[in-house]
Design a protein around this ligand. Structure first.
Ligand code: NAD
Length: 423
């Protein structure tokens, strides 16, 4: 008998998408299938109130979450997102995708994720620091280098990780750098971490292109999201002969039929906060973005953006999921039927967590590697993981996403079986 869950998945929402992805894997799990309910429930979910004194002297309250979806294979690992619309359900899905990602790439971590419901643009730096510190203190009992290790995600960065590390360390009475990754270099951060996710997107994209016989030279790339991940991926595609012809972010969509100048666009975004107003391209209607002809479509912003109607319209050879959960299950089916290869998020964007793993290892040993070493190890781990997923997909005649889930779920559930159940 299994009792009902309090949390109901909103139809079409990220948790429903994740549950459906898990259901698709059941037929391929063999005897491990008896453990599958483990993956359908987060191990632990914490909701915290974050009260702070605002700059005007009044008291503000923000809601924060930390979800540890699964800790069977190691401590929790996953980012912290600051966003106006972040919700427990979203964080649950993101934590679950971290379980799958860490297992798919064979990192010794479980899956976790955090979020604070705040619009960072609407608070001052001082207020942001207070929110970060109080949030860290509130989740302090369940995080730690051997428990759960947060990292940056949407709207969080190295500075926020530094505040988290400092707060945790102050509470613990010693400097504990390994509690978060994605820290500044001075505080035990790793070289290569800021661009690692974008690098992974490119490395996997390059390998996928070889498999699809799509030459990289002159290939057209269309990107949604030009933040940490999107801009680093754009830079590498551009450096290797591909042409980024369209970029969409929260401020608008810019298009150039030949090639956007990535360096200038990055500078423009630093100066103005978004791609809108960039003079090296024309501003087009956001909805037209999904119909631009290209070889690579790279969603690198938020989840759920590639739905069924958009999947029918897109004109791409390969979709590389730099964002987490950008494609709905219905869209997945349409893209599969249309012969468009979808490289799933759990492999495509695993570069960040892989270098976070390196950072965590380096912090434990207090011995730091060179950027060349980091990048070589990163490329090797990602390519081994991707090739294993491709071989699984071919062997079972399934999509890359289902194959990545088969590989990952089998690893997590085998570990579950080996550990046995407490008590
Ligand atoms: P970021 O905050 O640096 O950038 C987010 C980008 O998305 C910005 O360009 C923003 O303008 C754009 N965006 C936001 N709302 C949008 C909208 N409604 N329409 C179009 N664009 C919009 O975040 P990031 O770190 O680059 O993360 C992007 C995605 O990659 C997320 O899904 C995140 O979970 C995933 N991811 C990030 C990492 C990492 O290391 N940072 C690792 C793995 C996965």
């Amino acid at each position: 008998m299994t009792g009902p869950s309090y949390v109901q998945a909103t139809p079409g929402g990220p948790w429903a998408t994740y549950l459906e992805q898990v259901d698709r894997v059941r037929p391929y799990l063999g005897p491990l299938e008896r453990w599958v309910e483990t993956l359908r429930r987060p191990k632990r979910a914490l909701i915290v109130d974050i009260p702070i004194i605002l700059d005007d002297g009044t008291v503000g309250h923000f809601e924060g979450y930390r979800v540890q979806h699964n800790l069977t294979r190691g401590p929790g690992k996953g980012g912290v997102r600051f966003h106006r619309d972040v919700s427990l359900e979203e964080v649950m899905a993101l934590a679950a995708w971290m379980t799958i990602k860490n297992a798919a790439v064979n990192l010794p971590f479980g899956g976790a994720k955090g979020g604070v419901r705040v619009d960072p643009a609407a608070v001052s730096m001082r207020e942001l620091e207070k929110i970060t510190r109080r949030f860290t203190s509130e989740i302090g009992n369940i995080i730690g280098p051997n428990r759960d290790i947060p990292a940056p995600d949407v709207n969080t960065n190295a500075q926020i990780m530094a505040w988290m590390m400092d707060t945790y360390s102050m509470n613990a009475g010693g400097t504990i750098t390994g509690v978060v990754t994605g820290k500044p270099l001075d505080l035990g951060g790793s070289v290569g971490r800021p661009k690692a996710t974008g690098r992974g997107v490119f490395i996997i994209g390059q390998e996928a292109a070889k498999r699809q016989q799509v030459p990289l030279d002159d290939a057209r790339v269309v990107l949604q999201g030009f933040g940490n991940v999107g801009s680093a991926a754009a830079e590498l595609f551009d450096e290797h002969g591909a042409r980024v012809i369209a970029v969409q972010d929260h401020t608008g969509t810019v298009f150039h039929e030949n090639r956007l100048d990535i360096g200038k666009l990055q500078q423009h975004v630093i100066e103005t906060g978004g791609v809108a107003g960039f003079e090296g391209g024309e501003l087009i209607a956001p909805l037209d973005f999904w119909e631009i002809g290209c070889e690579f479509l790279v969603p690198a912003a938020l989840e759920g953006v590639l739905d069924e109607p958009r999947a029918r319209k897109i004109d791409a050879r390969i979709v590389i999921e730099a964002a987490n959960g950008p494609t709905t299950p219905e869209a997945d089916d349409v893209l599969h039927d249309r012969g468009i290869l979808v490289v799933p998020d759990v492999i495509a964007n695993a570069g960040g967590v892989t270098v976070s793993y390196f950072e965590w290892v380096q912090d434990f040993s207090s011995f730091f590697w060179s950027e060349e070493e980091i990048n070589a190890r990163l490329d090797r781990i990602l390519l081994v993981a991707f090739r294993h997923v491709c071989a699984t997909a071919e062997r079972l005649g399934i999509s890359l996403r289902t194959a990545a889930f088969v590989v990952a779920c089998s690893r997590v559930l085998a570990a579950r079986e080996e550990r046995g159940l407490y008590p």
